[in-house]
Design a protein around this ligand. Structure first.
Ligand SMILES: NC(=O)c1ccc[n+]([C@@H]2O[C@H](COP(=O)([O-])OP(=O)(O)OC[C@H]3O[C@@H](n4cnc5c(N)ncnc54)[C@H](O)[C@@H]3O)[C@@H](O)[C@H]2O)c1
Length: 276
């Protein structure tokens, strides 16, 4: 449907089962695209406990599932906060897969929430370093590669928090607004090389990250988990929360030639919850 046969995509933060990254990998693979599953792989520091990250065994399982669809798939451990690791990720991809056509910046930290007047400087850095600096580094090294090879597509997984504010989430919200700025700046600068840059802005999806946020906000509001989740669904014009597949379809479309004249967009995939 999206004609991605023979292309190669890197999806950061795609090593966690049930996550948006895994769904993107599987849909791209289904469309014939060779895929690189990359994630942090093992807990690194207090902010990256096993509860919140994509681990190596999950990465291998996702690679195996993609290979069953008949494409090339590899797993690469990469912490997107570090430029040397990102550069190696891109170089290894080009060496092993023969090129790089699609970079999806999906890695994100959404479980560090604090009241603003108590927001720790380290917490701010932890969120911004992954969500925004990580997207910058991955976009930079993807663009270095794509610019000499006729172009490509960079897609940033932002959020509804890239367009609206959320309590206790100053760092997350600022990082996601920043991703849209990065998208727009890169779209106007890199278009001349045939590189399109877009963002996708999901509303709530109950992934591992989304589940943590549901627990956090339901406790803050003094509601039980199910009541809180139902209230989110009720306020959505389409009466449900997002699904990982909704985001994967938007990514496959933006990555494909069907979106050949679309760049600099920050596309809401939110069931009508966000519309600007
Ligand atoms: N779930 C939602 O409701 C929702 C809504 C809007 C946007 N998003 C965004 O979608 C993206 C995917 O989130 P998800 O809900 O699938 O959660 P998830 O926790 O399944 O995925 C996030 C992934 O990022 C990885 N990651 C974290 N730090 C990293 C680092 N330093 N280097 C490399 N990888 C790192 C994690 O290991 C994890 O696999 C995130 O950017 C998130 O902000 C999610």
């Amino acid at each position: 449907m999206y004609q991605l046969k023979g292309k190669t995509a890197i999806v950061t933060g795609s090593g966690r089962k049930g996550g948006i990254g895994e769904a993107i990998i599987m849909l791209l693979a289904q469309e014939g695209c060779n895929v690189v599953v990359t994630d942090i792989g093992a807990p690194k520091g207090d902010n990256f406990s096993k509860e919140h990250i994509g681990i190596s065994s999950d990465m291998s399982d996702i690679v195996d599932a993609a290979k069953l669809l008949g494409v090339k798939a590899i797993a690469v451990v990469c912490d997107v906060r570090f430029e040397d690791q990102v550069s190696q990720l891109v170089q290894h991809t080009v060496r092993t897969m023969g090129g790089l056509d699609i970079m999806v910046n999906n890695a994100g930290v959404g479980y560090i929430m604090e009241p603003f007047t108590e927001f720790k400087s380290e917490s701010w850095d932890a969120v911004l370093d992954v969500n925004l600096k990580g997207a910058f580094l991955c976009s930079k090294h993807a663009a270095i590669q794509m610019k000499d090879n006729g172009g490509g597509s960079i897609i940033n997984i932002a959020s509804q928090a890239a367009k609206s504010g959320f309590p206790f989430a100053a760092a997350y919200t600022a990082s996601k607004h920043g991703m849209v700025g990065l998208t727009r700046s890169n779209a106007v600068e890199l278009g001349t090389f045939g590189i399109r840059v877009n963002a996708v802005c999901p509303n709530h999806i109950t992934t591992g990250l989304g589940h943590w946020q549901n627990k956090f906000f339901s406790e803050k509001l003094g509601q039980d988990y199910d009541t809180y989740l139902q209230a989110i669904k009720d306020k959505n014009p389409l009466g449900r929360t997002g699904m990982v597949e909704d985001i994967a379809k938007a990514v496959a479309f933006l990555a494909s030639d069907q979106a050949a004249y679309i760049t600099g967009e920050a596309m809401n995939v939110s069931g009508g919850e966000e519309y600007h």
